[in-house]
Write a protein that binds this ligand. Structure first.
Ligand code: AKB
Length: 341
């Protein structure tokens, strides 16, 4: 039994989870982190977790035990099946991405009831909630705001969009017809992430993976065939800025927030520009373009740029890394060190 408030992170072993754990602990070494993942937590992050829990967000018994054992004040619900993987197993993706999120929202309500205060809930949504019909349209519409073009074409996009709505429901309308007022129990906040690029981990199962795959392959001296055309543009962000954005949004006073879901982005290079910067850093890199029509169609259904003015105005989104700085100060030095090239 441990009744000090704890932060629950699902998908703790994933790309975002690992970075988030380091950042939270750096900001406050006393933070009690419960790291939950299907796989055993990596050695580097395990010492930073008060408890490392191997388990499934679909295991109701496990979640019930967490409610009984801990006082959870904050949840970062990062566990998900990403867009490419979800297209191979759409029903499993729905189970994990939607049922898993519902389970966590229910856990948050029970926690809030149990200890009588609001539970904060961060949900990472995605540019995949957008669905743009074709390449020409995406080139002509300019930066896309949160409420436009929201008819996604992927299972992952459908899941994320629905869960944004679930979170809004749990925060603003939960059991609205109940005889007794529930009061506000969950404070759900969501960020629509662009493609993310980390120097320390490689993604798996996503469709924005071509950018990080390209640079990690170049550093390892492995040829890379990019599955979108060189002209394809997509919003991206360096991982430290993504984590910083989550921490900033969670710290923002509720009265400053006008919405539940926020677009964010930092830069939006074409795949060709990304390849040029990669080759400038690794002159021997072998990068070719051979578009995979189906995966490229998914990328082209996402915006080439997003309008993130609400995040900037309401909670101070201000990415520190533009594209050049991401390469010069974050990716290249850390990736070189990682592969010792
Ligand atoms: C994916 O490619 O599925 C993710 C995303 C854009 O949310 N990286």
């Amino acid at each position: 039994m441990s009744r000090k408030p704890a932060v629950l992170i699902t998908g703790a072993n994933g790309e975002i989870g690992q970075s988030l754990i380091f950042s939270l602990r750096r900001a406050d070494p006393e933070t009690r982190i419960l790291g939950l993942d299907l796989r055993e937590l990596g050695e580097a992050i395990r010492p930073h977790c008060h408890a490392a829990i191997i388990g499934d967000i679909l295991d109701q018994g496990l979640l019930d035990r967490l409610v009984g054992e801990y006082e959870i004040s904050t949840i970062f619900h990062l566990a998900a099946l990403l867009s490419t993987r979800a297209e191979f197993t759409p029903e499993t993706a729905h189970q994990v991405n939607v049922q898993g999120t519902l389970n966590l929202l229910k856990l948050a309500v029970e926690q809030a009831r149990w200890h009588g205060s609001t539970v904060k809930f961060l949900f990472p949504s995605s540019i995949a909630v957008h669905g743009i019909p074709d390449f020409e349209t995406r080139e002509s519409i300019g930066p896309v705001p949160e409420h436009k073009w929201t008819i996604p074409t992927t299972m992952y996009g459908c899941n994320k969009l629905y869960c944004e709505n679930l979170g809004r429901y749990y925060t603003r309308h939960y059991k609205q017809l109940a005889a007794e007022e529930e009061g506000q129990r969950i404070d759900f906040r969501s960020i629509r992430f662009p493609g993310l690029i980390s120097a320390f981990t490689t993604p798996s199962g996503g469709t924005s993976d071509y950018a990080p795959e390209m640079i990690h392959a170049a550093a390892k001296g492995v040829p890379y065939t990019c599955f979108v055309r060189a002209a394809t543009r997509l919003p991206f962000m360096a991982m430290p800025d993504a984590v910083d954005a989550m921490i900033k949004l969670m710290a923002a006073p509720a009265e400053d927030l006008q919405r539940v879901v926020y677009n964010i982005s930092a830069f939006n290079p074409s795949a060709g520009e990304f390849a040029d910067l990669t080759k400038a850093a690794f002159p021997d890199a072998e990068i070719t373009f051979s578009p995979d029509v189906k995966r490229e169609r998914i990328v082209h259904s996402w915006p080439a740029a997003v309008d993130d003015r609400h995040a900037r105005a309401e909670w101070g989104l201000s990415p520190a890394y533009d594209l050049q700085r991401t390469f010069d100060e974050y990716l290249i030095p850390n990736i070189r060190e990682r592969y010792r090239t």
